[in-house]
Ligand binder design. Structure first.
Ligand code: FRU
Length: 516
């Protein structure tokens, strides 16, 4: 297995075979990052009756080892999304002779315990670092009152009240539950049913966490994350996420152990804050139990969109994760904003290929005409001049290109994948996706992570993020720096070739290419 199939991501996690959707149960425990995920080990299409938790581990967030799929479906139903925690104080009593261990909290879909209410929450525990799991005999631990959509529990330990908190997606709202032991759950409050602009589809995969403001340990806010499904537009009069289909948003506020309160009311659809302006970043949730000494908020998303997820033109596998990202909350003129940055660990697989400084780009000249590359990090800073549009074209050939650019008139960063390669598997795929981004000191900074089948673009230190899948021919490996309608100064450009996390020889090839 060397991960060289057409379109196979080289440094993004994808299962060796078959279907993957949401990341699940992300937890750090005994020097390992765990990544579980929605997975059907025997089918390359989403088969909701057969959902397992696939499993991979990593010691550095970059190199992943795929393990046996865990948590198989059974009489209790399929295993839908959920989370995992380290039960440090053995509140559950599952770890009497072990001290601590992992507890997974997940949704059983198609559970028969209560007729007409198929989604319930269940738990399982592992005493061997997540390798094997025992489903709790007292499952389910939480039943719905009335509704069908009742899923995706994300659990964390709330120090101030010494309780576990579960954040749960319940159709058009988020519900919070509390528990002393992960087995008995009490309803605390609900949030979101009345928030306009957020109800195009059903709520999914919520996450609630506290985070420092501008990195200041004395200033803390709570951020609530929500995914909103495509669901054929449950409420067609509500706006779609920025790139259509399924998408993600966030809310900033406070949390007292029971109730989440928004800092600023949402008075119009324009007040809704979206996390990613591309089409392919969904169901992201944060890692649990990151050691205090590290202290970062880390997450990963599913690089896909329910609008076309089942039709992606890949063969052996279908679906992959995004790169791991660090979340920060920063103060801007318009208020607090969540920003995302690629985790610094990714630098480990990068090797500098070339750099440019202080050159003026003019139309119809390409300073990168000699370079061919299929996976790289490209970091560029431009000083706005007379050009109305500028940026980079990646994965380029005579017929194909993915344009990552900046539109100075509309003040928008964008990815245009209309000519990116294979796009005909779904009518909505060939599209241009825009994110608002104001220049800072007349400059625009963008960092692009491109892989064999994706681009993730971080504009303005991670304030404007666009994550898009692309399916170019492997020969479409050209690059172009471009300007339209005038000149623009390229303050700096750095290109780092990124290796494969599955094979070492790519890096060796990269060295050979540069004559080292
Ligand atoms: C989100 C989601 C979750 C659900 C899972 C099923 O992508 O629809 O709400 O638990 O996928 O695979």
């Amino acid at each position: 297995m060397n991960y060289t199939e057409k379109f196979r991501p080289q440094y993004h996690y994808s299962p060796q075979k078959n279907w993957m959707n949401d990341p699940n149960g992300m937890v750090y425990y005994e020097n390992e990052y765990h990544l579980f995920y929605q997975h059907t080990p025997f089918a390359s299409q989403p088969d909701f009756g057969k959902m397992h938790w696939g499993h991979a581990v990593s010691s550095d967030l970059v190199h992943w080892e795929e393990l046996e799929a865990s948590l198989p479906p059974g009489e209790d139903g399929a295993i839908f999304s959920g989370s995992a925690v380290v039960d440090t104080q053995n509140t559950s009593g599952f770890f009497d002779d072990y001290g601590s261990g992992l507890v997974a909290i997940y949704t059983n879909n198609d559970n028969k315990a209560q007729p007409g209410k198929p989604q319930v929450q269940s738990i399982a525990y592992s005493r061997d670092k997540g390798r094997t799991w025992t489903k709790y005999e007292g499952n389910p631990v939480l039943f719905p009152e009335t509704t069908l959509d009742f899923r995706d529990p994300k659990v964390f330990w709330h120090e101030d009240t010494s309780h576990w908190i579960m954040t749960l997606a319940v159709q058009d709202r988020v519900e919070f539950y509390t528990s002393p032991n992960l087995k008995e759950w009490a309803f605390a409050s609900a949030f979101g049913a009345d928030i306009i602009g957020t109800h195009r589809g059903v709520y999914e995969c919520p996450d609630l966490f506290s985070i420092h403001v501008d990195g200041d340990p004395n200033q803390k806010k709570w951020v609530l994350i929500l995914s909103v499904g495509d669901c054929n537009g449950v409420n067609p009069y509500e706006p779609e996420p920025p790139a259509g289909g399924s998408g993600m948003m966030y809310f900033v506020g406070s949390f007292d152990g029971k109730t989440f309160t928004l800092d600023e009311p949402i008075l119009s659809v324009h007040d809704v804050k979206w996390i990613d302006f591309g089409s392919d970043f969904y169901a992201a949730v944060t890692w649990s139990d990151i050691p205090e000494g590290d202290g970062r908020k880390l997450w990963i998303g599913w690089m896909n969109n329910w609008r076309y997820a089942g039709t992606l033109p890949t063969d052996k596998w279908r679906g992959n994760a995004s790169i791991p990202r660090e979340l920060k909350l920063r103060t801007y003129r318009e208020g607090l904003r969540l920003v995302q940055e690629p985790v610094e660990e990714l630098r480990r697989i990068g090797s500098p290929l070339m750099a440019l400084e202080d050159v003026t780009l003019v139309p119809d000249t390409n300073l990168l005409a000699d370079i061919t590359i299929n996976n790289a990090e490209l970091i560029a800073e431009f000083e706005i001049g007379t050009a109305t549009e500028f940026g980079m074209k990646v994965r380029k050939s005579a017929d194909e290109e993915t344009v990552v650019g900046y539109d100075t008139l509309n003040m928008e960063l964008f990815v245009d994948r209309t000519k990116s390669g294979t796009t005909n598997f779904h009518p909505d795929f060939a599209a241009k996706h825009q994110a608002p981004l104001r220049p800072v000191n007349n400059r625009i900074r963008m960092s692009i992570f491109m892989d064999w089948s994706s681009v993730e673009v971080f504009g303005g230190e991670g304030l404007a993020v666009i994550s898009d899948m692309i399916f170019p021919a492997s020969e479409s490996n050209g690059l172009e720096l471009y300007a339209v309608g005038g000149g623009v100064k390229l303050v700096s450009l750095q290109i780092n070739e990124l290796g494969s996390i599955w094979r070492d020889e790519v890096k060796e090839e990269a060295h050979a290419y540069r004559g080292h």
